[in-house]
Design a protein around this ligand. Structure first.
Ligand SMILES: Nc1nc2c(ncn2[C@@H]2O[C@H](COP(=O)(O)OP(=O)(O)OP(=O)(O)O)[C@@H](O)[C@H]2O)c(=O)[nH]1
Ligand SMILES: [Mg+2]
Length: 206
């Protein structure tokens, strides 16, 4: 799969504001400021399509992106990326946190063409309760997911491997549940994510 084009579609702060797309959709979720938008921009080869911020909590809505790609058979196709709002931002009120939970829950449960989710964590940190909770939550919906440990450029290669083994234990990963290292700075791990996208879409019955 090769991504050739991308566009912002819309932002929605409520589930019922999301447009019906009739295209396979991949969601991206993780803690606030972990690097979701940077990961999306890297995959789309765009500098700032999904906004990047130094201030955590920038993405408070579900942002949809239309992605055009060609497959190995040279056919053009489209899919959708959904940048989900980050969890666990301390400065957000309890009410906002509850709204967030409802929005994501509705999304995971009801979004018709949602076919898989990329869960993003920071490779430098031990998993915290919110990340472990998020993975358990996503597992309960029985959709394919890929855990991406980002900012790998901040660690040496040997530390990256150690940290991934540690994280796999902390998340109680089954053999088929992968955790991969990734960096939006040097693009390591990008190809593995693209391959996972391709496989996930192919396995999804529209
Ligand atoms: N070194 C390094 N920095 C990164 C990487 N990915 C993201 N960052 C930095 O981390 C910060 C947050 O990145 P974003 O992509 O905005 O994170 P986000 O998860 O979308 O944040 P919110 O939408 O605010 O929840 C920015 O300063 C990025 O430049 C990476 O792979 N390596
Ligand atoms: Mg963001």
């Amino acid at each position: 799969m090769k991504i050739i084009n991308s566009d912002f579609i819309t932002s929605a702060s409520k589930f019922n504001q999301l447009p019906k797309m009739n295209l396979p959709e991949i969601a991206f979720m993780g803690r606030s400021n972990v690097g979701k938008s940077s990961l999306i921009n890297t995959l789309l080869q765009r500098k700032n399509l999904a906004q990047i911020s130094k201030k955590p909590g920038k993405t408070r809505t579900i942002n949809l992106f239309n992605v055009e790609y060609i497959n190995t058979d040279d056919k053009r196709n489209n899919l959708v990326f959904a940048d989900l709002p980050g969890y666990g931002y301390a400065k957000v009120s309890d009410k906002m946190q509850l709204n967030w939970k409802r929005l994501i829950e509705n999304y995971l449960q009801k979004r018709k063409y949602f076919c898989g989710v990329v869960i993003i964590i920071d490779i430098r940190h031990q998993s915290d309760e919110k990340d472990i909770q998020a993975v358990k939550w996503v597992r309960s919906y029985q959709k394919p997911f890929l855990i991406v440990a980002t900012k790998s450029d901040k660690l040496s290669r040997s530390k990256v491997n150690n940290q991934i083994s540690l994280l796999k234990k902390e998340f109680n990963c089954l053999d088929e549940e992968q955790i991969i290292g990734f960096s939006a700075k040097n693009f390591s791990g990008k190809d593995i994510i693209i391959n996972w996208l391709e496989k996930t879409i192919k396995n999804f019955d529209l």
